[in-house]
Design a protein around this ligand. Structure first.
Ligand code: FES
Ligand SMILES: [Fe+2]
Length: 359
């Protein structure tokens, strides 16, 4: 794995993010007509927007006149996209609607001057994209039949995304992804937080060929040691079920909610990445609690997540990037226990090498 090489980073940007589907939002983040979010994907700045017919589409966030960024807010609701520079406007379906001082432009084909679209698909409660206007998307085919069933059974489309967080970090996206596939570091790097609740270096993993499913154990599972038991629903509370969704996503299933962690490079810069963290939970109505209690509950959950990931993991992961920049840092050694990281590398390397990536 290469963490410093701009040539490698360019291949990753194009052959991974420009070729295969990855999650860019939870559907609830663009719930109603005109709801949009803007995102920096590795190859394009895009705006993801809910259409009048209920579908979701994504467009390059650049005006077709002289390229000014159309949408500058991270999220919002709108009826048209209006360019701040010379006020050309576009419908939420990307069509060019109006050109100011129209007659100075004479005749030109408006139908080909709309916002440029990249392929997106909604499936299993998420919005997936391929960051490439030239591709077509098929999420089920990418997930494969087994992972597609796992995802369908989770019913994450019934939940809502609570206050998603985005971080840009000075670290290669693969170091970030590795850090959150790693069960070996738990008690060493998180002795007073996650290390108290979770077992270290105890993972059971089901390799589905591209993605994988795995289970980590909470310490509370120890109460069953020595008992000859059938696996029951009640015991699920003593484990965390997770999926690695190739190429860049970790999904964790908790008793009351899901967490989703996604990682992607910033353009072809090997030293910068964007991590997005999401909590998907039942709505206030579905939870049967007061709105105040609901907000308190999820603010507390976010607090715990940030205390571990942001405060404890990020400094270590950032330091890996800067230490590995040492010209004589040498090579790395991955243990047999670090199976998840081996499988992540397998898929990244396969995509990089593929003649026709992703297919
Ligand atoms: S750049 Fe958008 S209207 Fe001119
Ligand atoms: Fe960690």
């Amino acid at each position: 794995m290469d963490y410093q090489d701009p040539v490698r980073a360019e291949l990753e940007r194009d052959r991974i993010f420009g070729e295969v589907p990855f999650i860019v939002a939870h559907s609830s983040e663009v719930a109603r007509t005109g709801d949009f979010i803007s995102l920096d994907l590795p190859r394009n700045k895009v705006v993801v927007v809910r259409q009048r017919d209920g579908s979701v589409r994504a467009f390059i966030n650049a005006c077709r006149h002289r390229g000014a960024q159309l949408v500058t807010e991270d999220s919002g609701t709108c009826r048209i996209f209006s360019c701040p520079y010379h006020r050309w406007s576009y419908g939420i379906n990307g069509e060019l609607r109006s050109v100011t001082l129209n007659n100075t432009f004479g005749e030109f084909d408006r139908s080909t001057s709309g916002m440029i679209e990249i392929p997106v698909e909604e499936r299993h409660g998420f919005v997936w994209a391929i960051d490439n206007a030239e591709r077509e998307i098929d999420v089920a085919a990418w997930l494969g039949p087994e992972m597609d069933v796992v995802m369908a059974e989770y019913e994450i489309d019934r939940l809502i995304s609570v206050d998603p967080h985005t971080y840009q970090r000075p670290v290669n996206w693969k170091i970030m992804q590795d850090g959150f596939l790693d069960n070996y570091h738990v008690k060493y790097a998180h002795p007073n937080t996650a290390g108290k609740m979770l077992h270290t270096n105890a993972v059971t993993l089901d390799d589905l060929g591209r993605s994988f499913w795995f289970l980590t154990a909470r310490k509370s599972i120890d109460q069953f040691i020595g008992q000859d038991l059938e696996w029951t629903k009640e015991m699920e509370g003593h484990t965390i079920e997770s999926c690695f969704l190739a190429p860049n996503t970790m999904l964790l299933k908790h008793a009351t909610h899901f967490e989703l962690l996604t990682f992607r490079p910033v353009g072809a810069d090997p030293g910068q990445s964007i991590m997005q963290m999401r909590i998907m939970a039942p709505s206030v109505e579905d939870s049967g609690i007061t709105e105040e209690h609901w907000h308190k509950r999820w603010a507390k959950n976010w607090g715990l997540l940030i205390a571990i990931l942001h405060d404890e993991d990020f400094p270590i992961l950032d330091s890996s990037q800067s230490a590995l920049a040492s010209l004589d840092a040498g090579t790395m050694l991955l243990g047999r226990n670090e199976l998840a990281s081996h499988l992540f590398r397998r898929e990244v390397d396969r995509l990089i090498r593929a003649e026709a990536p992703g297919r």
